[in-house]
Write a protein that binds this ligand. Structure first.
Ligand code: S3P
Length: 424
């Protein structure tokens, strides 16, 4: 059980870890390339460690030289591992490695922790199956452990992703690297572009075209080239410190070098709309976000504004401190994250003292008008790093909290509690 005391005042500057999404891809693309790549700013989270171990199992080598990670792809080609590929708590690892394994001849067994073992993998099993691999798991939703029979003769695919997902898009594109013919992924809502952007930087031919509110991405097969990667700071982690700075009544907090791309920074626009004193200052390595104590107003948030909905739990905490009723619309995907974040976000707001209700895939939070009105609370984290960090922010800005299972922050942000303490 970890105790978070309320903070008397908050000031300082934080650099959150390297973006988790870019870190997974930097490791995977480096390992898939022929030659040696370097990575600066890699996320130290255990999710990325899991991806790195797996790529080593498949034939890459890694060594760390101070802050630089050096990865060499196997000149003689990748090979299936006789050992299970351990994906730990990481949905990105299991879904992207499903794509990589699908195009690699042999049998791959992918396993995860109890949280990952309840998450649906049919969303990757179906398109990868259409490409010519065989991905099987438990039950109709194909939950892990997964067994994949990879094939070096995959076909390209033209696929409309039923529920827009960066992980599904990425699994298809990574499998498509070794397919015969091009692969096209259509998404109805634009998800983060990390995979396309990084594949392009690695010399792979890939076109991306915005269509209405969605996007069409077409990849031609090819092997990524080795290169030097620099990973910017993770916007979804920055969101925790931004909300902390806004909610606390005596706060001035800066988060530096944050990746600034439209699909990642939607939470900033939501908070601005709520009346936040949140200033963006562009810099050479991303944007600096400065958050100062603010009085927030309720708003309506649609899932499409924060694609992948990673920021929904912390925005729920912001809504709990706002004046009025906030609506979170079309948030069904929250149920399928590391824990059921639909119920988890509502439960957190309820613990803070809010009136909360849901209708279908929407939920509503009647704010208390200020974090000073939050109740002290205790919560169980259910192997979900974002629930831990959202709870800690609510406790530090409000009346304190006790978090059971807080160690699960290590999956994405091992130094979170140290960085939080540094602002005291
Ligand atoms: C991620 C995609 C996500 C997101 C996760 C990271 C990625 O979800 O929740 O934290 O790196 O591709 P979707 O696949 O639902 O977009």
């Amino acid at each position: 059980m970890r105790r978070v005391e309320p903070y008397a005042n908050l000031a300082g500057s934080v650099r959150v870890p390297g973006d988790k999404s870019a870190s997974h891809r930097a490791v995977m693309l480096s390992a898939l390339a022929s030659g040696t790549s370097t990575i600066e700013g890699l996320s130290p989270g255990l999710d990325v460690v899991a991806s790195s171990h797996i790529m080593i199992q498949l034939g890459a080598t890694r060594h760390d030289d101070g802050t630089t990670v050096i990865i060499t792809g196997p000149a003689q080609g990748h090979r299936a591992s006789h050992q299970p590929l351990r994906c730990a708590n990481s949905g990105t690892t299991i879904r992207l490695v499903s794509g990589i394994g699908s195009s690699l001849e042999g049998h791959h067994r992918l396993v995860g922790d109890s949280s990952l073992s309840r998450r649906p993998m049919d969303r990757v099993a179906v398109p990868l199956g259409l490409m010519g691999s065989k991905v099987t798991g438990e039950g109709i939703r194909v939950t892990p452990p997964l067994d994949i029979v990879g094939s070096s003769h995959l076909n390209g695919i033209d696929y409309h992703v039923p529920t827009s997902s960066a992980q599904v898009k990425s699994a298809i594109l990574l499998a498509g690297l070794h397919a015969t013919g091009a692969s096209t992924v259509h998404e109805a809502l634009r998800t983060r572009t990390t995979t396309e952007d990084m594949l392009r930087l690695a010399g792979v031919t890939i076109q991306s075209e915005d269509v209405d509110v969605g996007r069409r991405v077409t990849l031609s097969p090819g092997r990524p080239s080795a290169r030097a990667w620099t990973v910017p700071a993770d916007p979804s982690q920055a969101a925790f410190f931004c909300v902390l700075g806004l909610l606390h009544s005596h706060a001035d907090v800066e988060v530096v070098d944050v990746e600034n791309s439209p699909e990642r920074i939607g939470f900033v626009h939501v908070l601005e709309r709520m009346g936040a004193d949140l200033v963006q200052r562009p810099g050479a390595s991303g944007v600096t976000l400065r958050a100062r104590s603010s009085s927030l107003q309720a708003t309506e948030i649609h899932a499409g504004e924060i694609p992948s909905v990673d920021e929904a739990p912390i925005l729920t905490v912001a809504a709990a401190a706002a004046q009025g009723v906030s609506a979170f619309r079309d948030m069904g995907e929250l149920r399928l994250k590391e824990s059921d974040r639909f119920e988890g976000s509502m439960a957190l707001a309820r613990l803070l003292g809010c009136n909360v209700w849901s209708e279908g895939d929407d939920f509503f939070v009647e704010g208390l008008g200020s974090a000073a009105a939050f109740l002290p609370f205790a919560i169980h984290a259910s192997l979900d790093h974002r629930i831990v960090m959202s709870s800690a922010v609510a406790g530090a800005a409000g009346q304190g909290c006790d978090i059971d299972g807080s160690d699960t922050v290590s999956s994405s942000y091992p130094g979170f509690f140290d960085d939080l303490a540094s602002l005291r």
